[in-house]
Design a protein around this ligand. Structure first.
Ligand SMILES: [Zn+2]
Length: 295
């Protein structure tokens, strides 16, 4: 038992304390339309997110994406997000985001985020950040993450960001093929990797990498469980039962909606709590206040 009803591995902070959005205005508007999430519901602040999860006896991993080199849009500071999370211990678990194109500065920032701001992992969005995950350019950053025990979570597959805009706003899907993460998992065997989302159109690639590399996990965020491909459900029930994780992708998909649809999914009863909280608790070394890690 973890003491949590669920642990959400994938939640986006889309606005800073002073109102700066995570995405340029045209991408934010297009993604709100694509996901059919209107107005303020597209951008809850850290404290609102915390209240939402606390009310439901859930914990959530929260982060933004720093894609400044690719988009020209200054990020929300991961330092700010992490420091705000410190006010919600046991509810919010901060991940950071650094722009891999910033080279040694990104490595230094990652280290600072872990050591001084309590960040537990890092979110990457290879399509939005416009980099190949197996590009040697990013390797010093992965070395830093591996050395500090931080988790590396990568968006995979199709993205709602840029969808429906001319040329998808220049965002390329091919960067998000999870097969490229096989190189990262091979070269950094102690780096704990999370492939985010059902990886449409590369679901089989994600399952192949995760079954072959024990340091690879899969989060189920971004899609209603209603639309999960059958092979994902099959592997979640069997070979990957200990490495598949609940994630919503809040605020574009609410945990309430995700959990309601998950309840109707054909998942074995003994696997259900693993996906909802057991696997994440182990990965994050997390316990509810007053409980022990091995309880
Ligand atoms: Zn995401």
């Amino acid at each position: 038992m973890t003491g949590y009803a669920a642990i959400d591995m994938h939640v986006h902070v889309e606005v800073s304390a002073d109102g700066h959005p995570s995405l340029p205005a045209h991408l934010m508007a297009a993604s709100a339309a694509y996901f059919k999430v209107a107005g303020d519901a597209r951008q809850p602040g850290v404290d609102e997110i915390a209240a939402y999860y606390r009310e439901r006896r859930m914990a959530a991993v929260v982060f933004t994406v720093d894609a400044e080199t690719a988009t020209g849009h200054p990020p929300i500071a991961s330092e700010e997000i992490a420091d705000a999370c410190a006010g919600h211990p046991g509810t919010l678990i901060p991940f950071g985001s650094v722009d891999p194109w910033r080279g040694r500065a990104a490595v230094r920032q990652a280290r600072r985020l872990v050591e001084r701001h309590g960040v537990r992992g890092f979110k990457f969005h290879p399509s939005l950040q416009a980099f190949s995950v197996n590009d040697r350019m990013a390797y010093p950053l992965y070395e830093q993450l591996e050395a500090s025990g931080a988790i590396a979570l990568f968006h995979s597959g199709q993205t709602g960001i840029g969808a429906g805009t001319p040329g998808g706003s220049g965002i390329r899907l091919r960067y998000a093929n999870p097969l490229d993460l096989d190189d990262v998992a091979a070269d950094f065997p102690d780096l704990r990797i999370v492939i985010a989302h059902p990886s449409f159109p590369w679901q089989d690639e994600a399952l192949a990498v995760a079954t072959h590399k024990p340091n690879v996990h899969i989060d189920l965020s971004g899609w209603s469980p209603k639309y999960f491909p059958p092979q994902l459900v099959r592997y979640a029930n069997t070979l990957l039962a200990d490495r598949v994780l609940f994630g919503s992708d809040f605020p574009v998909l609410t945990p309430d909606r995700w959990l309601a649809d998950f309840a109707a999914l054909d998942i074995r009863p003994e696997v259900r709590p693993k996906i909802l909280h057991g696997n994440a608790a182990r990965l994050l070394g997390l316990t509810a206040p007053g409980e022990r890690a091995d309880a």
